[in-house]
Design a protein around this ligand. Structure first.
Ligand code: AMP
Length: 327
């Protein structure tokens, strides 16, 4: 049986290595496995739920599409499109909004976390997971490769699918989140919380960071909140990153052994890690530069993606209209 994947990212700033290790790298592997019908979208409507600059949004959308391709998404194997181009998704969002109790949305960790950061919370931030459910279910995706922070939203998608199926007849699968071995990459500056675009540039390594910037950021990563006999959260994060980025496992195990023996110099760990990240990102950055030089190619890829996505979305939408009695 061919499974269907849908996932997306918000065009809300630089992609960082948390996005890469938590999601994008896995998207490419899943796409290449040949076992999935794959849809990857640029979640521009979701980006609007937080402060954004309308003048920068078009560039950010393009830049994210370039990141997708530079990391290995292939338009011959996956449907790559912009969320707002498929109007059936926000339409389905409305139908789902009529099914889901407010209390279910109030439980969402991401909403609670963001609500505590902002003075004014817009309704879009609150209903964010309903639109996400519409994005996923309109393609009848059963697999959603995301980072850990999105697991609760995928659970809510299952609740919504179940409610719709119970009310109007079997229509949607109940999708599962698919995590990577690094589902939650931590911040370099505050290693107790996740790496995030919103915490400032020093807390993350962007996929587009220059080698010297990467060295600098890793050099100043927090390591020193050591609890006796236990690896501190900062050091643990650096080891997690090293394990994910190095293709030579011995490099990782040697450093880990000296850490356990108490002889590790954090400087050695940091220098090694920085070079491994630089090595991994170099071909991605090179591909990015090529894609930037050919904007017409990008426009064609996105137009073809929209067309392919719309065929599926519109079929589901007609089915939903018929089942819900809309004329
Ligand atoms: P967003 O930046 O919220 O649009 O997230 C895009 C994708 O990256 C989602 O699948 C997130 O779960 C994932 N992601 C974001 N931050 C991290 C992180 N620090 N570690 C692992 N995955 C992450």
């Amino acid at each position: 049986m061919i499974h269907t994947i849908l996932s997306g990212m918000r065009p809300s700033g630089d992609l960082h290595i948390g996005n890469y290790l938590g999601a994008l790298k896995n998207w490419v592997a899943l796409q290449n496995s040949g076992q999935y019908r794959s849809y990857f979208m640029i979640a521009d409507l979701h980006a609007m739920s937080e402060k954004f600059d309308p003048r920068k949004l078009p560039e950010r959308v393009k830049s994210l599409a370039i990141d997708y391709l530079a990391c290995g998404l292939d338009p011959d194997k996956s449907t790559i499109f912009i969320q707002s181009h498929i109007w059936e998704q926000p339409y389905l969002n409305w139908i789902f909004a009529t099914l889901i109790p407010i209390a279910e949305l109030e439980r969402m960790h991401q909403f609670k976390e963001k609500a505590s950061e902002y003075q004014h919370i817009n309704a879009g931030l609150f209903t964010y997971p309903i639109l996400q459910a519409a994005d996923i279910l309109i393609y009848k995706a059963d697999t959603v490769p995301v980072g850990e922070d999105q697991v609760q939203h995928v659970e809510l998608t299952r609740v919504i699918a179940k409610k719709f199926n119970n009310a109007f007849g079997m229509t949607f699968p109940e999708p599962q989140a698919l995590l990577t071995p690094t589902p939650r990459v931590m911040s370099l500056t505050e290693p107790a919380s996740k790496m995030s675009k919103s915490k400032g540039e020093k807390n993350y390594i962007a996929l587009s960071d220059e080698p010297e910037t990467i060295r600098k950021k890793i050099r100043s990563a927090v390591t020193d909140t050591q609890i006796k006999g236990e690896m501190s959260p900062g050091v643990k994060n650096l080891f997690t990153l090293l394990e994910a980025f190095t293709s030579n496992r011995k490099i990782y195990t040697d450093l880990l052994t000296s850490c356990t023996a108490g002889t590790l110099k954090y400087q050695d760990l940091k220098e090694t890690l920085a070079e491994e990240i630089i090595k991994t990102l170099a071909p991605i950055q090179e591909k990015r530069a090529n894609l930037e030089a050919h904007p017409e190619q990008l426009a064609e890829i996105l137009a073809a993606g929209t067309e392919a996505a719309r065929k599926v979305a519109s079929a589901t939408f007609q089915e939903v209209r018929a089942k819900t009695g809309l004329q």
